[in-house]
Design a protein around this ligand. Structure first.
Ligand SMILES: Nc1ncnc2c1ncn2[C@@H]1O[C@H](COP(=O)(O)OP(=O)(O)OP(=O)(O)O)[C@@H](O)[C@H]1O
Length: 232
């Protein structure tokens, strides 16, 4: 299968600081990829470049042969870290907002996610707990029929109940063979079972990458233990 997402010698500098120092990536369609690294390793920067929100300083990203930007807006669905929703909204307003914004937004999928994520459309955004907020963000992003989903730290600060709902939600939203998902996290043990591939990022460089099952077999360890070993 050919690479759907490709990054070649990707570098990003913020004033004098290099956040990415030459990242190469090859991701096929239909894979769930764990982008693993400690705080500040460059995960968000990499996802924002793929989403077309940041320009690389050097190198390039190609998604289905296209550079990130307007041409890929309908292919890429990005869930940023933190909140990006207006405070005046109720959950139903956020859903309408996404429906207006994205042609590929699937209202039926959003209805299913409301139930799965145990969210009430009448609830105000400002009344949501952190876990509920993350579940709403996931609902919005996964309700699009995109070809690549970028989830930045979806498990950060989430209690075990919400965590399970989020992992189930990711698996439900994943269209096998048709879409890819990249999930950045440093909470590896909770989610490693769903990864097909993993990429270990450290100080803006890929320290190791490959098929998750092969890595476990070769090293006789969980991805979490390999993470601890590789990214001391
Ligand atoms: N807008 C910015 N201006 C200056 N430096 C930045 C900016 N954004 C990120 N950085 C720096 O770039 C490096 C990579 O940051 P990035 O947010 O990509 O890492 P991360 O792995 O996503 O971290 P976290 O897990 O904490 O979200 C860090 O050293 C960070 O301080």
């Amino acid at each position: 299968m050919s690479d759907f997402l490709k990054a070649v010698n990707l570098k990003k500098r913020y004033s004098s600081k290099w956040a990415l120092r030459g990242v190469d990536l090859n991701i096929e369609k239909g894979r769930i990829v764990g982008l693993l690294g400690h705080n500040g390793s460059g995960k968000s920067t990499l996802l924002k470049i793929i989403a077309g929100l940041l320009k690389p300083t050097e190198g390039e990203v190609l998604i289905d042969g296209k550079r990130p930007g307007l041409a890929t807006k309908g292919i890429v669905s990005f869930m940023p870290e933190g909140s990006h929703l207006y405070k005046w909204m109720r959950i139903k307003d956020a859903i309408s907002f996404y429906r207006e914004m994205f042609d590929d937004f699937n209202g039926d999928k959003a209805e299913d996610y409301l139930k799965l994520m145990a969210l009430n459309p009448e609830d105000k955004i400002t009344s949501l707990s952190r876990g509920m907020m993350e579940r709403l963000k996931l609902l919005l992003v996964l309700s699009r029929n995109a070809e690549i989903y970028l989830l930045d730290e979806p498990l950060s600060g989430i209690d075990p109940l919400s965590r399970d709902k989020i992992i189930t939600g990711i698996l439900e939203g994943y269209r096998e063979g048709e879409s890819s998902i990249i999930i950045s996290t440093h909470m590896v043990s909770e989610i490693e079972k769903i990864f097909d591939e993993v990429i270990f990022l450290d100080h803006g460089e890929v320290m190791m990458s490959g098929n998750a099952d092969e890595m476990r077999d070769q090293r006789g360890k969980s991805i979490e233990d390999i993470f601890k070993e590789v990214l001391q």
